[in-house]
Design a protein around this ligand. Sequence first.
Ligand code: ADP
Ligand code: MG
Ligand code: ZN
Length: 644
Amino acid sequence: MEDKNGNVTQSQKNDSPWNKDHKVTGPVKHEPLFNMNPKQVKFSLWFFFFTLLTIMVINASLGQMKQTDKTISFSEFKQKIENGEITKVRITPKLYYGTSETASNQSKKEAPTIIYQAVPINDPTFVPLMDSHKVDYSAAAEKNPFLMNFLLSWILPFAFIYIIWKLMAGKMGNLGSSVMNFGRNKSMIVAETDTGVKFDDVAGAEESIEELKEVVDFLENPDKYTAIGGKIPKGVLLVGSPGTGKTLLARAVAGEAKVPFFRMSGADFVEMFVGVGAARVRDLFHQAREKSPCIIFIDELDAIGKSRVNVAGGNDEREQTLNQLLVEMDGFDSRSGVILLGATNRPEILDPALMRPGRFDRQVVMDRPDINGREAILKIHVKDVKLADSVDLNKIARATPGFVGADLANIINEAALMAVRAGRKEVRQEDLEEAIEKTVAGLQKKNRLINPKERKIVAHHETGHALTAAFTPEADPVQKITIVPRGISALGYTLQTPTEDRFLMSKEELFCKIDVLLGGRAAEQLIFGEISTGAANDLTRATDIARSMITEYGMSDKFKNMVLTKRGSQFLGPAAQPGMQREYSEATQQYIDEEVARILEERYVRVFNLLKEKKPVLISIAEKLLEVETLEADEFYKMAGVKA
Ligand code: ADP
Ligand code: MG
Ligand code: ZN
């Protein structure tokens, strides 16, 4: 289909206005005109503009020459004819040009010819005057501006109409026109045949690498999978904060599988002209299919993949590009040997359509590295750096909580530069420490790092959640606690695994959920005597559960088995919530509010007392967490003194 399309536009090009222009404006050999290959056709467009520019320049410089001539008044002009200075006159509708013969004689002795110009006045005595002084006069049409006029009045409008027509055609989805080649030429998609990056070059991301090994295996032995009809992921989305090594990992996949690597950034697709981005997507997939097996990597996918729903007004160009991407993704099946990798640091804003089965159906999360990960990353980056014996990378890893791979690579680089500046041959521990300080200052400006005090609060907060869960019989067991910041807002988290899929929950189990949510704030109050804003999300969720217990599940003492609903217009969506009509009285509303407050208060007191009892354990676990940043289930339960 595409090829056919392409050919159609190709043949259109041969009798397009562009080629006619060549005949008018510049010498063009006829042979290549008729068997032009597509590249020459693309080129001809630039050739046209180049010719146009040249003509304009020539015209302008001709005008310049005229201006060096002397412009005099009409009476002076007549005067000069009378006293014989002007012996030759050229008459044009706009100007009279008088050449001074004496001057032109002098010109042989290197004086410049003087040409007098005068704006004509309708003077019937003028011709007789010239006759009587034997002036050689002639009339001429203005020659020079003719070509320009012709261009301006004929060619340019056609060219303009042609461009607009092409753009419109592009908008309607019929792309691949020559105008689009503007965009395409600029961003030639070149595949890296061998990225040279291996999984060993990516540290602190073992789990992510493990997940991508299957992709590599598939690219290496596709037959193994296709023979049994196995389903291969078509697209894998790498999700993680900036600098965690998503791009690096994608390149490593290509490097391990030794396949070509097509990389484009989402921003490359978003262009000024509507349709260019979509054309590029098509071009990209077209090329990739020819080179399969290979990897297409779309970096910063969010630039094109923003949800179409939430964007007011919409962006035609981006939407079209996204649509084209979806079409292309559906158009190839994984047996073609093309694997799509995407990367984003904002998965939440991506259009859900991108995540549907058969598209980016798998997600691999690139977490910020923990202490061990950071040490491993540092080790990779110091490979080519001469280090003094005193350097302790583990200490550096300890001093850099919240740093991502890119920050660490940067630190090594900074330190090396500092050593060079100091005229030393090796990097010392002090260089590294100074580099950290510099980077920390920069990162704190960007609000990406938490300070030591906040870290301490987060550690106790998370331990509070985890301990509450451990000592609440009905709660889901703790799987992992970490204070490595994740995403934009979460400073740390406690992961619980539900023991089984639950659809039905008892009143007691709901209370347990509330307890665990309140555990974070209770721990903060217990240890620091004050509370922080860090618990806001926990509190929202706890409040929601308590409210639902009363209004939806009929679990209150007063309204047993009764649902207290609100009714409102569905069409206005969630935004209309405040305007919803409740189907109960003001008094009931007050009761609900009071009940929610009572439940939360009661549970909070219980949790607080529980943690108070376990205060020493809480502190020791929090301290351990500050040191190692992540605790797995076994270690946590061992420290808490409970059986998992
Ligand atoms: P992202 O694409 O997630 O923003 P990049 O892959 O561009 O991050 O990382 C930038 C640089 O930081 C890499 O080229 C590499 O030098 C370094 N880096 C980042 N993460 C790691 C890692 N996990 N292991 C080794 N180096 C890393
Ligand atoms: Mg990147
Ligand atoms: Zn919390």
